[in-house]
Design a protein around this ligand. Structure first.
Ligand code: PXL
Length: 272
């Protein structure tokens, strides 16, 4: 007897719209690996093809908004997307197109990682695009996941203390973000005796602090993408936001710890 392949599957589908890092550490490759490791089905729309490896980013060729639309439409026509994630969205046109697609199709649970620059200092988005990202995608997101430099650029303040982190988060909520996860990997608390990795999750008016051991390593290529993708997968699996973040943090910590040291620069995480 033939198997009925048209029946609904229980496996949630996660979609990423992000850049391609051909060296496999960041961007959609990290997203796909992370969705898969969580038992979700991965779909991916490419916003930009970057040229890079673990030592740096050497350039990029961005997709057009038409390309993003023509990649996304058949996927949405065919699958129910349970949760989605955006990463590197380099131009205003692409952001506008992504926002329109999400308006038309519904977002599911949307995680917006406001990718601004690479670990190696390469600008991945221009100012006009960042404004569009704030205006058009922040209101659609269940959560946004800036690191400290991204939070500083978006909120327009310098972050030196935990109070500054709160200030930046409130500012981003005023700009339209519902819930904000500020990742603390770049944050050094002068008042603390030992360095920890502190993430602040602002859920509406509440704040939840996640404090983990700081792992002193250069194996950090793709950390942000992996965390946001793990949150997306956990949301797709039905977890509440704070639990989705907590488990995603553990997933990333494990992937950093198990990095193999691949490459000559910032090694990729070991996502499994
Ligand atoms: O981690 C930010 C990031 C996101 N997406 C792509 C990247 C990078 C950093 O290099 O290349 C495609």
């Amino acid at each position: 007897m033939m198997t009925d392949i048209s029946k609904d599957t229980d496996q949630p589908v996660c979609l990423t719209i992000a850049g391609l890092d051909p060296s496999g550490g960041a961007g959609i490759v990290a997203d796909i690996k992370t969705f898969t490791a969580h038992g979700c089905f991965a779909a991916a729309v490419v916003s930009s093809v970057t040229f890079q490896n673990t030592t740096g980013v050497f350039g990029s060729v961005h997709q057009t908004s038409e390309s993003v639309r023509r990649q996304a439409d058949p996927v949405f026509d065919d699958y129910k997307i349970t949760a989605a994630k955006t990463g590197m969205l380099p131009t205003r046109e692409i952001i506008e197109e992504a926002a329109t697609i999400f308006h038309e199709r519904g977002t599911g649970k949307l995680v917006v990682d406001p990718v601004v620059r690479s670990t190696s200092g390469f600008d991945l988005i221009d100012d006009s695009a960042l404004t569009a990202l704030i205006e058009m995608l922040f209101p659609l997101a269940l959560v946004i996941t800036p690191n400290i430099p991204e939070a500083e650029r978006i909120a327009g303040i310098t972050i030196k203390s935990r109070d500054d982190i709160t200030l930046a988060a409130r500012r981003m909520q005023e700009l339209g973000a519902r819930n904000v996860l500020i990742k603390g990997g770049h944050f050094i608390d002068d008042k603390a005796s030992s360095r920890t990795a502190i993430d602040h999750l602002f859920v509406g008016d509440e704040v939840i602090i996640f404090e983990n051991e700081y792992i002193d390593t250069t194996a950090t290529h793709g950390t942000g993408c992996t965390l946001a993708a793990a949150i997306t997968a956990n949301l797709a699996l039905g977890l509440e936001l704070s639990e989705a973040v907590r488990q995603a943090k553990d997933f990333v910590t494990d992937a950093i710890r198990n990095a193999t040291g691949l490459g000559k620069g910032h090694s990729p995480l070991n996502i499994r």
